[in-house]
Design a protein around this ligand. Structure first.
Ligand SMILES: [Mg+2]
Length: 321
């Protein structure tokens, strides 16, 4: 087998074959069953539902189907952020250039003409699976912190933008926790930068073990700074989470001889919570959380400070021991 990038990935690519004629599905299944996990749908509605649930790596899409035709399926998948990245190849008996141009305009990546020639179909599918694998890899790399393996600042910015809008529509509160490793410069100076890196890796893993809800996000925000987004979370819940995070890092018991507040590595945390309203951006929430982080540092480190930011300009600070 040719060593194309898509089969360097650990698992078989997931291929969805959509056709109202079971005979056509059978033929494509026979061609791809060895190198792909092949799933099938016999109408447009099922195809859309499948893509929303499982996000296949590639869809082979019949153009002429009753009710929802191939072009409309394509249009709907491209309009949905959840499925817009999935490449679609149209499978059609028509090979008019105008027809092909129309399919590309709708967002398809290629055309396969019935009756199929197995090797041509295989080659085209492999090419598009390779491109899909490369673009997935690139997206993952561009959103991941190289040292700790957790989401990076870019991903944090994307997620908070989406969650901010979501919580605004749902009239729910959103919490941000800003985290800073205490006396990290002293740690680096004393133990060296490699030990400093290992410390950050261990802290990230510990924090991650406590950020487990599917819509919550932990990111590396800067050098020794981390940040957590907790959508649909009130102040009490965010404070509880911050205390867990403080404890889980303390429990690592990483010796820190140069810390003046503890014998082990600790973190300080600033929490800010608000219900987003129109005309207000998330930058102010991050600034408020940063402000609380500063207060936590000033009051001795290894501590959490929090604030409920009211819609408008008044806010209530919460002081906790
Ligand atoms: Mg058909």
């Amino acid at each position: 087998m040719i060593n194309t990038p898509f089969n360097l990935s650990q698992k078989k690519p997931l291929l969805l074959v959509v056709d109202d004629q079971p005979g056509n599905i059978q033929i494509l299944y026979g061609i791809f069953k060895d190198e792909c996990e092949v799933c099938m749908a016999t109408n447009g509605a099922d195809a859309i539902e499948f893509c929303r649930n499982r996000q296949p790596d590639l869809v082979l899409l019949d153009v002429v189907m009753p009710e929802i035709g191939g072009y409309e399926v394509c249009e709907r998948l491209k309009a949905d952020p959840l499925t817009e990245h999935i490449p679609l190849i149209f499978v059609t008996a028509q090979n008019e250039p105008a027809e092909e141009a129309y399919g590309f305009e709708k967002g398809g990546v290629d055309f396969i003409t019935k009756p199929f020639h197995a090797n041509v179909v295989k080659a085209r599918v492999r090419t598009h699976l390779t491109l899909k694998y490369q673009s997935d890899l690139l997206r993952t790399l561009s959103l991941t912190d190289g040292l700790t393996g957790i989401p990076n600042r870019r991903q944090f910015d994307q997620v908070i933008q989406n969650e901010w809008q979501h919580c605004m529509r749902a009239k729910q509160s959103i919490a941000v926790i800003m985290i800073d490793v205490d006396f990290f410069k002293f740690y680096n100076d004393h133990y060296g930068h490699q030990a400093g890196d290992q410390c950050l890796v261990a802290v990230a893993a510990a924090l991650k073990s406590k950020v487990t809800r599917s819509n919550d996000l932990l990111a590396r925000y800067g050098g020794e700074e981390f940040a957590v987004i907790l959508p649909s979370t009130p102040l009490s819940g965010a404070e509880q989470k911050a205390r867990q995070l403080e404890q889980v890092v303390r429990d690592l018991k990483l010796p820190h001889e140069k810390s003046t507040s503890a014998s082990v590595v600790t973190i300080s945390l600033g929490v800010a919570v608000t219900v987003p309203v129109k005309g207000q951006g998330y930058a102010s929430l991050i600034a408020q959380a940063d402000g609380q982080l500063y207060v936590a540092k000033q009051s001795g480190r290894g501590k959490m400070r929090s604030i409920q930011v009211c819609s408008g300009d008044s806010s209530t600070e919460q002081f906790k021991p």
